[in-house]
Design a protein around this ligand. Structure first.
Ligand code: AGP
Length: 614
C-alpha cells in the first residue's frame, strides 16, 4: 500500500524524492517523510497528512544531500501521525528504513530490543527493523550484510529501503515476500528505487524488478543483487514502454477524470495486435503458452479478483460460459485462499489484477497453483508479481492507472476477457468464423461508442449535481449487467462516501425492497437485452413504492421514459461487450457526485491503490 522511493547519485536528492512521492501518493496518503544523508549523518523530515505538508516541512527546514529515501504511508500499525510516519531511525539516528507491508512478528522482535535498551519512538511494526540493523551495524557489518542478517528474521510482508550514515553512498532495497513491488531504475551516474513505475518514468525506463526474497545494493554507479540467503544474483534489465505523459494529469482536474476519458484510446491499445489478419483468430503474445490442445481440454475455469477486478471476473464468467461453454465460477481471493478449494485436473485459474500486486489475489494464485491448477493472469503492470506467479499472462495494455478508483483498467479487463472468451471459443469450435467476425467488429467499434458516451458528460454532471445529496443509492442490474450494478455502486461509494448497494434485480423481493422509499435513488441498468422485460418489472416495483428511478437505457428505447424519472442513454452494441460501455456513465456520475461533495477524488479516504497487505 505505501509508496517507497530512493535516490543515489550526484543531484540534490530531496526534490527528486518528493517528486517521486508525488507520483506515488495514490499508494497511501496519511503521512509522508524523507531521509537524506548529509555530511556523515542523516537528516529526516516527516509530516502527518497529505504530501503537501511534507513539502511545507522541507521548505521550512531544507535538506541537502545526494542519497536519500522517501515514503508515503497507508497506516496499518499505529495512527497516521508524524511520529509514526516513515522513515524510521535507530537510537543514534544514523540508519533509516522505509517499509511497505506488515511485519507480523514485530512484537516478539521488539521485546528483547527494548530490554536491551533500544529506544522506540513510534507505534509501528516497521521500527524493529532499524533497531535490529543498528545492532548488526555496531558489529562493523556493511549495510547489505546487516540487512541479510536481519531480514530473514522478519515474518509477514515487507518491501524495504534502507540507508545508513555508517555505510554511506548506498541504498539497500529488499523484498521479503509479496508486499508490493520494488523496482530498481538505472540512470547515468545515478540510480533509483521505487515501489511503482510512475515514480521512475521521468528519470529512466530501464529497470529491474525485485522478486520475493531478493535484495539490491544500489550506489550511484553500480547495482548488484543477492538472494536473502546471501547468494549473488543476476537480474534482467527491462525497458518499459510507458511514457511519462501517461503518468501526468495532462490538464485534467483529476487523474480519475483523465483515465475515464482515456478509455477509447486505452481500449484500442488493448485490442491492438490481438486478431490475426489472415485467419480472424484471436491471438495473444508469447506470454500465453497454453496449447490449443490444453484449451480444448479445459474442464473448468475459476476467475478471481478483488473489488473492481472481481466485478470483471463476474462478467468474464458470463462471457466464457456463453462463448466457450466452459463451466466457470468466480471466487473472492481473500476467501478462496483460506477455504481449501477443490481444484480439478487441468483446471485453469484466471487471476485479474490491475496492479499485479494485490496480496490476496497473489495468495489465491499460489494456493491454486499448489493444488495443481494452471494460472493465467490478466494484469496491467508490467513486471508485477502476478506476472511472475502466473503460467500465462494477458496484459491489459492500458498504461498507468493512477487514480485509486479504477476506470480504464476495468474496461480493459472486460475487453481482454471478451477476447479471451472468443479465443477459447474459436479453439473449442463453439464460435464459428462468422460469429467471430461479428463479435470482433463490435469490439473494434467500442472506442467510438465510448467516445459518444463521454460526450454526454455535461448531462451526467447535471444529474450528479441533482442527486449528490442522497444518503443511499441502489444499483440494479440483471444478466451480464449485474456486475455493472455492483461496479456502479462501488464507484459511487468509494468516491463519494455515499452508501450504495448493487444487486441483481431478481433479489429485490428477498429483502432489499424494504429499503425503497422516496429518499433512495435507484439506478436501473435497463438495456434492450434478453432480461429487459425483467428489469422493467423491477423498476415498476420500485416506483410502486415511491422510489426514484434513474434508468440507463439504449438511445432508441422510447418506452423507458414512461417508467423512469431520469434516463441516461447509451448507444446500442452487442450484449456481450455492452458492460464495457454501460459502466462509463456510472463512472462519470460517481466522479461528479464526489467532486460536487468536495471529496478528494483521486485519493479517497481510507483507501490505497495497490492493496499489498491482507
Ligand atoms: C477499484 O476502484 C478499487 N480501487 C479496488 O476495488 C481495486 O479494483 C482492487 O483493490 C483490486 O486491485 P487490483 O486490480 O490492482 O488487483
Amino acid at each position: 500500500m505505501c509508496g517507497i522511493v530512493g535516490y543515489v547519485g550526484s543531484r540534490d536528492a530531496t526534490p527528486l524524492l518528493v517528486g517521486g512521492l508525488r507520483r506515488l501518493e495514490y499508494r497511501g496518503y496519511d503521512s509522508a517523510g524523507v531521509a537524506v544523508q548529509q555530511n556523515g549523518k542523516l537528516e529526516i523530515r516527516r509530516a502527518e497528512g497529505k504530501l503537501d505538508n511534507l513539502v511545507t516541512a522541507v521548505a521550512q527546514h531544507p535538506l541537502s544531500g545526494s542519497v536519500g529515501i522517501g515514503h508515503t504511508r497507508w497506516a496499518t500499525h499505529g495512527r497516521p501521525t508524524e511520529q509514526n510516519a516513515h522513515p524510521h531511525v535507530d537510537c543514534g539516528a544514523v540508519t533509516a528504513v522505509i517499509h511497505n507491508g506488515i511485519i507480523e512478528n514485530f512484537a516478539d522482535l521488539k521485546a528483547p530490543l527494548v530490554a536491551a535498551g533500544h529506544r522506540f519512538t513510534s507505534e509501528t511494526d516497521t521500527e524493529v527493523v532499524v533497531h535490529l540493523l543498528e545492532d548488526e551495524l555496531a558489529k562493523g557489518a556493511l549495510l547489505e550484510d546487516a540487512a541479510l542478517a536481519v531480514l530473514p528474521r522478519l515474518e509477514g510482508a515487507a518491501a524495504l529501503g534502507l540507508i545508513s550514515a555508517k555505510d554511506p553512498g548506498k541504498i539497500v532495497a529488499a523484498r521479503i515476500s509479496n508486499a508490493g513491488g520494488v523496482i530498481v531504475g538505472y540512470g547515468q551516474g545515478e540510480n533509483f528505487i521505487a515501489s511503482d513505475m510512475p515514480a521512475l518514468l521521468e528519470h529512466t525506463r530501464s529497470v529491474s524488478f525485485l522478486g520475493a526474497g531478493e535484495l539490491a545494493i544500489v550506489t550511484a554507479t553500480a547495482v548488484s543483487f543477492r538472494t536473502l540467503d546471501g547468494k549473488p544474483l543476476t537480474k534482467e534489465r527491462t525497458t518499459v514502454t510507458w511514457d511519462p505523459v501517461a503518468a501526468a494529469k495532462s490538464g485534467y482536474r483529476h487523474f480519475m477524470l483523465k483515465e475515464i476519458h482515456e478509455q477509447p484510446r486505452a481500449i484500442s491499445d488493448t485490442l491492438l495486435g490481438r486478431v490475426e489478419r489472415t485467419t480472424g483468430r484471436v491471438v495473444f503474445d508469447e506470454n500465453v503458452r497454453m496449447t490449443d490442445d490444453q484449451v480444448r481440454a479445459l474442464p473448468r475455469i475459476t476467475l478471481v479478483g478483488c473489488g473492481t477486478a472481481g466485478h470483471a471476473a463476474l462478467v468474464g464468467k458470463y462471457l466464457i460460459e456463453r462463448l466457450a461453454g466452459i463451466p466457470c465460477d468466480v471466487e473472492i481471493p481473500s476467501e478462496y485462499r483460506y477455504r481449501e478449494p477443490v481444484v480439478t485436473n487441468g483446471q485453469l485459474i484466471v487471476a485479474i489484477t490491475q496492479s499485479g500486486e494485490t496480496v490476496d489475489t497473489l495468495a489465491a494464485m499460489h494456493e491454486a497453483k499448489a493444488r495443481g491448477a494452471r494460472v493465467l493472469a490478466l494484469v496491467n503492470v508490467v513486471g508485477s508479481e502476478a506476472t511472475r506467479a502466473a503460467d500465462d499472462v494477458i496484459y491489459l495494455h492500458t498504461g498507468p492507472e493512477i487514480a485509486v478508483a479504477s476506470s480504464k483498467a476495468y474496461t480493459a479487463m472486460l475487453v481482454d476477457l471478451y477476447l479471451f472468451a472468443i479465443y477459447l471459443g474459436q479453439r473449442r469450435g463453439t464460435v464459428d468464423p462468422e460469429r467471430s467476425r461479428q463479435l470482433l467488429a463490435e469490439a473494434f467499434h467500442l472506442p467510438t461508442l465510448i467516445d459518444a458516451v463521454l460526450g454526454q458528460e455535461p448531462k451526467l454532471k447535471a444529474l450528479a449535481y441533482r442527486y449528490h445529496g442522497a444518503r443511499d443509492f441502489l444499483f440494479l442490474g440483471r444478466g451480464i449487467q449485474y456486475p455493472t450494478a455492483l461496479e456502479g455502486a462501488l464507484k459511487l461509494k468509494e468516491l463519494s462516501y455515499i452508501h450504495a448497494e448493487g444487486t441483481a434485480g431478481g433479489e429485490m423481493k428477498h429483502g432489499i425492497n424494504a429499503l425503497i422509499d422516496e429518499h433512495m435513488p435507484v439506478v436501473a441498468i435497463a438495456l434492450r437485452d434478453p432480461v429487459y422485460r425483467k428489469i422493467v418489472s423491477n423498476i415498476a416495483e420500485v416506483r410502486a413504492r415511491a422510489g426514484v428511478v434513474i434508468a440507463l437505457a439504449h438511445d432508441d428505447d422510447e418506452e423507458i421514459a414512461g417508467h423512469a424519472d431520469e434516463v441516461v442513454r447509451i448507444p446500442r452494441t452487442n450484449e456481450l461487450i455492452s458492460p464495457a460501455l454501460a459502466v462509463v456513465p456510472l463512472q462519470l456520475f460517481a466522479y461528479h457526485v464526489a467532486d460536487r461533495r468536495g471529496n478528494d477524488v483521486d485519493q479517497p479516504r481510507n483507501l490505497a491503490k495497490a492493496v499489498t497487505v491482507e
